[in-house]
Ligand binder design. Structure first.
Ligand SMILES: [Zn+2]
Length: 86
């Protein structure tokens, strides 16, 4: 069973923010409040635009594999423009 979390980045992304799935599981199974579990599992950072793939680590030391999609995001990816509508 892999403990790696894989995150796909859009071609123009220069930063990332995601949740470490193993940390989320640990926090939830320990009885933490969901909001606390989310905060504990949050991983974010920056990535240079010409970097195609890299590995980040959460505070718990789990690997977060960051991969940049070569093509424009398909339907399975959230639309960043929609997220910015407020
Ligand atoms: Zn983790």
């Amino acid at each position: 069973m892999s403990t790696k979390t894989t995150v796909w980045l859009s071609p123009s992304a220069t930063s990332f923010s995601c949740l470490c799935e193993p940390c989320l599981e640990v926090a939830r199974s320990s009885g933490a409040l969901f909001a606390d579990a989310l905060a504990a599992a949050r991983v974010h950072g920056e990535i240079a635009r010409d970097v195609e793939a890299t590995v980040a680590r959460c505070v718990g030391g789990h690997e977060i594999v960051l991969l940049r999609s070569a093509r424009p995001p398909g339907l399975q990816y959230p639309d960043e423009r929609q997220l910015q509508l407020a």
